[in-house]
Each structure stands twice: as C-alpha cells, then as structure tokens.
Design a protein around this ligand. Sequence first.
Ligand code: CTP
Ligand code: MG
Length: 227
Amino acid sequence: MPDAVAIVLAAGTGERLGLQAPKAFVPLGGRPILARAVSAALACPSIDLVVVTAPPGSEDLAHAIVEPLGAHAVVTGGATRHASVRAGLAVVPEEASTVVCHDAARALASPALFEEVLDALPGWDGVVPAVPVSDTVKRVRDGAVVRTEPRDELALAQTPQAFTTSALRGAHARAAAAGLEFTDDAAALEWAGYRVRVVPGEPGNFKITTVADVLRAEHLLVEAGGG
Ligand code: CTP
Ligand code: MG
C-alpha cells in the first residue's frame, strides 16, 4: 500500500524563462530540472510513488527522464497549475493517505524538506514550508502606498507541501466547483477551512522562474560541488 505519493508539477511552459523547451526539461548543472525534483522526492523514504504532470505532447520525454529514478506515473498536465494537480490527483491510489505536492521548478529542494513536511503533518490537514520576508512590504493600489504590512507575520511559501489525501481532494473539488484557482495547494485548503501548519523552508529552495534564477541555481550547484 503506498505510504505517501508525491505529485511533481512539471506541465508549465516556462513562459517567463523564455527558452524553447518547457522549463522542466531545462538542464541545471547538466541534469534536467524534472530529474532533480523527482530524485529529491524519491530520496525521501516515506515516498514510494511519484506522479509527474507533463506538458501536453511531452509525456514520453518526461517518462524517459524519470524512468531510471524509480516508481512513477506520468499524466498529461492541464492548462493551469490547478488543473495539473487535479490530473495528478486522479491517478493517486485510493489507499494513499498522504500526498506531497511539489513544483518541479523548485529543483533545489532537499530530500530532508520532504521528510520535514511529512513529519509535521500528523494532527493537521496540510503543511507548507515557508521562509521569512526580509524586504519591507508595501500594499500598493494605483501607484500609491496604501500601507506598510507588518513583516513579522508574513512568510514566503515554498513546496514540497504535504496534505492528507482527503483534505487535498476535498479542497480541490470545492475550489473547482467554485471556479477558483490558487497559486499553491495550501491556499486551496486555507480557503476551504482546513488547518495548515508552517515549517521552516530552505533559503536555497527558490522557484526557478527567470534566466537569472537558472544562473543562480547553477552557481549554487557549483559551490556545493553537486554539478
Ligand atoms: N505547472 C503545471 N501545469 C501548469 C502550469 C504550471 O504543472 N499548467 C507547474 C510548472 O511546471 C511548475 C509549477 O507548476 O513546476 C509552478 O509554476 P510556474 O513556476 O509558474 O511554471 P510555469 O507555468 O512553467 O512558468 P511561467 O508561469 O513562467 O510560464
Ligand atoms: Mg506559471
């Protein structure tokens, strides 16, 4: 019986990165972003299956990249991140009690972070890793500052995020019925009234969005000697 299943979201086009290949196939230190994200998930002993959402038309390539890494399934992603999560959830085995959602674009998340969100889940519906905000944050409307937000209560959310399967399915079903889209899965649970806990994220676990992020990640990998 699967213990925890990871859904690795990799179906985006990477428009802001602006390369020809979808972002998940772009190499970092010679290894595709997708391979790095899936390896980190499967290195976590509690995760015994990874479901990858692939860009439509690139399912075979996703399969070829993930095949040597371990147990996996590839599904065709949707037009939005949320649609991709729903496509992934559709193949999560009924008996899996826990699902971890992870953005392939966070290719530098450590296996330890997967373990930490899973360890923190008992007694909660979801766990999100987050890092403190170091800049001063202004709420801005029509070019004018409305106010400065107190920074000590703000945090920047990352993935991997761990959920009980029933809460994740419930929150997504309700969000879909209401026609709502959220930028992460924890937000769907928060909206639906589930209890979401925060654990410390990793400063190096930034989302690869632009070419500058690729260069930063390559630099970190060289420094770590991880190639
Ligand atoms: N994602 C997905 N399905 C989508 C859109 C996004 O599975 N329809 C995934 C991406 O592959 C990525 C993660 O969700 O790993 C976070 O999305 P983002 O960083 O925005 O990636 P892209 O949508 O690919 O990038 P952009 O918004 O610049 O096009
Ligand atoms: Mg996107």
